[in-house]
Design a protein around this ligand. Sequence first.
Ligand code: PRP
Ligand code: URA
Length: 209
Amino acid sequence: MGKVHVLDHPLIQHKLTFIRDVNTGTKEFRELVDEVAALMAFEITRNLQLQEVTVETPVGPAQSYTLAGKKLGLVPILRAGLGMVDGILDLIPAAKVGHVGLYRDPETLQPVEYYVKLPSDVEEREFIVIDPMLATGGSAAEAINSIKKRGATNIKLMCLIAAPEGVEVVQEAHPDVEIYLGALDQKLNEKGYIVPGLGDAGDRLFGTK
Ligand code: PRP
Ligand code: URA
């Protein structure tokens, strides 16, 4: 079973409070989502591989480290996942960015895929699938299916807020995928919204209704 990590860093928790707030407007919402995404990425990338290198300082040679291997792959689930990309790229500017386009059918709540584009060398890359919301889990499970089908084997999932139902669905479908959350909320309501959640992440990010 893939582990679930709730990232309880005080800065993440503080900023999440304002993201949840119904009175937070689009501009501030966007900024906060980017900031929390960066803070979460900082925690999630703790175990990235390093290689030893020699660097010349003004004083002489130093043994130091750089990141090893293929560049990290970020895969935002469109549309709301886009809101987390820039924050992570501020931290890891060399990361490659793929996209999986999915929307949730409002009647059935089932994910419908409309776009997939991934970086090259999928098999050798570590991927972080990103989406603010893990509700029924259908979108995340399908996005992970989609990138596994194309050869990815090393995948993490990062979401701002999840419902227990969604965590269970992803764990069942993808026991190899560790899940990183800012918060694990109470439940889903009858419309498949996370309670208390933050509302519709895509609409709040892009100012749509
Ligand atoms: C939202 C959210 C997730 C999905 C979560 O996207 O960004 O992708 O719902 O729900 P699930 O876990 O029940 O699948 P939405 O379908 O509203 O599309 P959008 O990002 O284009 O607004
Ligand atoms: N998608 C959202 O944007 N919010 C939810 O609460 C559930 C799915």
